[in-house]
Design a protein around this ligand. Structure first.
Ligand SMILES: CC(C)(COP(=O)(O)OP(=O)(O)OC[C@H]1O[C@@H](n2cnc3c(N)ncnc32)[C@H](O)[C@@H]1OP(=O)(O)O)[C@@H](O)C(=O)NCCC(=O)NCCS
Length: 147
């Protein structure tokens, strides 16, 4: 299965079903979606992907002075979770961020997904907080700098 770069709208269906519980009143668009530098990745058929993630350059106070990109909207088709698809996509996220010059990746990670990020080498940093009513922590991945 392949990871492809897609338009933001290709991520909306999975975002809505996985991250917004299908609630039609909650907007699945992010303000950064249409930033020229934003990258949207989809795994599988680009018209009906099985996993999606978005990336946008965004500094973080956790790594002052480093070139940082933020991962947003990471979602895997519910029936296919726990089969390695999220890991496959996260590998592509890391590769794509590095290629774009990122030194650090960060995200607001749901507490229920912290184990997923930890297993992929991310660190959980700072105090927890609520976002859309769901407990989160910030997760960070330091990317190896070039020789
Ligand atoms: C979190 C999510 C993206 C992970 O994708 P996935 O395809 O289910 O994960 P994988 O099958 O690639 O799992 C990779 C590893 O992380 C582990 N893992 C996955 N989800 C986990 C979780 N919630 N807690 C702890 N460990 C988890 C798996 O056991 C697996 O471990 P292994 O490599 O030792 O076998 C996906 O489950 C999802 O969309 N969840 C709902 C939405 C969500 O939480 N998105 C993230 C918002 S920050």
């Amino acid at each position: 299965m392949q990871v492809e770069e897609v338009g933001a709208e290709a991520t909306y269906d999975l975002r809505a079903r996985v991250l917004r519980d299908g609630a039609p009143e909650i907007d699945v668009r992010f303000s950064c979606d249409d930033e020229p530098a934003a990258i949207h990745l989809a795994l599988g058929d680009r018209r009906r992907p099985v996993a999606v993630a978005s990336l946008v350059p965004a500094p973080t106070d956790l790594r002052p002075g480093r070139v940082a990109w933020r991962l947003r909207g990471m979602a895997v088709e519910p029936a296919l979770q726990g089969r390695g698809l999220g890991s496959l996509l996260l590998d592509a996220v890391v590769e794509r961020s590095r290629a774009a010059g990122a030194e650090v990746l960060w995200a607001h990670g749901r507490d229920s997904a912290l184990g997923f990020y930890r297993r992929r080498g991310w660190s959980v940093e700072g105090d927890g907080y609520l976002e859309v009513g769901i407990p989160h922590h910030t997760v960070v991945l330091d990317l190896a700098t070039k020789g």
